[in-house]
Design a protein around this ligand. Structure first.
Ligand code: DX5
Length: 231
């Protein structure tokens, strides 16, 4: 069976926040599949970024999908705001939801796809009982809060276990990785079982164009798994 092509997601964390419209357009022009908005509240992670109004301001600049990665202490009160801002996927952290099943159902009730993220210290079993309510599982390969960190290869066993569980149960879940993803690491994550890859620093590098970086990432992912690689 041919595996699905790799999905490439660009994090806007390294973008020029004074030129976000320009940078999201560059991401779309580079043939990247989706944009990840790294929402940070300075409580769950030691950094702060942007709110739904910034995302909404960029929504009509491009046609590609938006995902909100909510690195916030309590995502429940504002779930609707991210969907209204134009995010088709809303990703919450398992570590921040007192009633994770209820939160994922609430995202689905808003008409968006429900994603759940787990930090490096959080075991896969923390989300095993909500995978049937999940459209996207995000395995963090760095501790969240900043871009440009080193990829944690120790997460590959968790990625592989997630792939095994998703396939065993036949669940239609995207398995995404985020953090330190670049030409030297995306193949490892793909080989472990990821099919969706979020990259920030690697795409906004100064050494080559975003299109060249995106092509290099897709090639490296495809080489490791033999997947048909779109784009
Ligand atoms: C976690 C953020 C980063 C970002 C990508 O704090 O979510 O992982 O998306 O950062 P890079 O690709 O620069 O490691």
């Amino acid at each position: 069976m041919t595996s699905p092509p790799a999905t490439l997601v660009a994090s806007v964390l390294p973008a020029d926040f004074a030129e976000l419209g320009r940078d999201v357009t560059a991401i779309a022009d580079a043939g990247i599949d989706r944009i990840q908005w790294d929402v940070m509240d300075g409580v769950f992670v030691p950094n702060m970024t942007f709110g739904p109004d910034v995302i909404a301001a960029c929504r009509d600049r491009v046609d590609i999908g938006f995902e909100a990665h909510l690195m916030v202490d309590d995502p429940d009160p504002m779930l609707a705001r991210w969907v209204e801002a134009g995010c088709e996927i809303v990703i919450v952290h398992a570590e921040t939801c007192r009633h994770l099943h209820r939160t994922l159902c609430a995202i689905e009730d808003l008409g968006a796809k429900a994603g759940v993220a787990i930090n490096p210290a959080t075991p896969l079993c923390a989300v095993a009982d909500v995978l049937d309510r999940t459209d996207l599982l995000l395995v963090m390969t760095v501790n969240p809060g900043f871009g440009g960190q080193r990829y944690l290869a120790s997460m590959e066993s968790k990625i592989a276990a997630a792939r095994t569980e998703i396939d065993r149960r036949g669940l239609p879940i995207e398995l995404e990785v985020d953090g330190g993803i670049g030409p030297a690491t995306i193949g490892r994550a793909a080989r472990a079982g990821a099919d969706t890859f979020c990259a920030g620093s690697a795409l906004f590098s100064n050494s080559s164009t975003m299109s060249e970086q995106a092509a290099a990432l897709r090639a490296a992912a495809g080489e490791q798994t033999g997947r048909l690689v779109a784009g």
